[in-house]
Ligand binder design. Structure first.
Ligand code: HPA
Length: 274
């Protein structure tokens, strides 16, 4: 495991001279355009980093941008890997462990998600308070490397309370209303059935999606602080009056893009301030 991390970290170091940012931002479906708001110094296609699988989903371009957002040093994953593309879930953890080895301390994850709450409609932004892993998979399955993290990591505060408060402060400063709730992770790629959504609602889920939890779990394991944000692109199956399509999620992502960008540009510079 250490060899794979070292090979990936070396490839990044070779392309990017100077300090590696302490904050990593992962852009979800339809949010890849935020990359243009970053003053990018170095662009590295995932194909140039050993072990980084190449994303196959439209709307996910697949490169690592290193630069600054509103003056804050940042490394940004434009395009992420999904388990439904066929990547073993352990491989989704490799980029996170690589950034940690390079000195990263904070992971900010964004995603597109379906809402389980009638009043939380498309275009809403939801700060992730906690998650439910409904995938039956965990990126930490397999031999544990104690140098990376403990065999049985505590998960009682995956999403840092302090960073959640900073997200709300950024929302207030920008005049953007933020929801909060529990994100439920399924592997997809099929959307959920109405019966599943009714069950998830009883379990306490507020939003459902196909990403974020693998990365967040790997980040907690290796000692990073995590913040998560869902852009609600649709009401989930059975709550929505119509069928759900990936095109719809991308379209709402595009419409809400400006709001999300303003929030991130306000939030990111505050991340490393205590
Ligand atoms: N379900 C799962 N993933 C999603 C959804 C959804 O309704 N919308 C956006 N990503």
């Amino acid at each position: 495991m250490q060899n794979a991390i070292k090979a990936a970290a070396d490839a990044i170091r070779k392309k990017h001279e100077g300090a590696f940012p302490k904050t990593i931002l992962v852009l979800g479906s339809g949010l890849g355009g935020f990359g243009e708001r970053i003053e990018t110094k170095t662009t590295i296609p995932y194909g140039d980093i050993p072990g980084f699988p190449i994303s196959t989903v439209p709307g996910h371009s697949g490169q690592l941008l290193i630069g600054e957002a509103a003056g804050a040093p940042i490394a940004c994953m434009q395009g992420r890997l999904h388990v439904y593309e066929g990547h073993p879930i352990q491989q989704v953890a490799l980029p996170i462990r690589t950034y940690r080895a390079l000195g990263a301390e904070v992971l900010v994850v964004t995603n597109a998600a379906g809402s389980l709450r009638e009043e939380m409609g498309p275009g809403s932004l939801m700060v992730i308070d906690d998650h439910i892993n409904h995938s039956g998979r965990n990126p930490l399955i397999g031999a544990n490397d104690e140098e990376i993290g403990p065999r049985f990591p505590d998960m009682s505060e995956v999403y840092s309370g302090e960073l959640r408060e900073k997200l709300f402060a950024a929302g207030k400063a920008e005049g953007i209303d933020l929801e909060r709730g529990v994100y439920l992770y399924t592997t997809g790629p099929s959307f959920e059935t109405p019966a599943e959504i009714r069950m998830f609602a009883k379990w306490g889920a507020d939003a459902v999606g196909m990403s974020t939890v693998p990365e967040a779990t790997a980040a907690v394991h290796c000692g990073m602080r995590v913040a998560g944000m869902s852009l609600i692109t649709n009401h989930a199956a059975g709550i929505a009056a119509h069928k759900i399509t990936h095109d719809e999620t991308l379209a709402v992502g595009a419409q809400s893009f400006d709001k999300m960008s303003r929030l991130m540009l306000r939030f990111l510079p505050t991340v490393s301030q205590s």
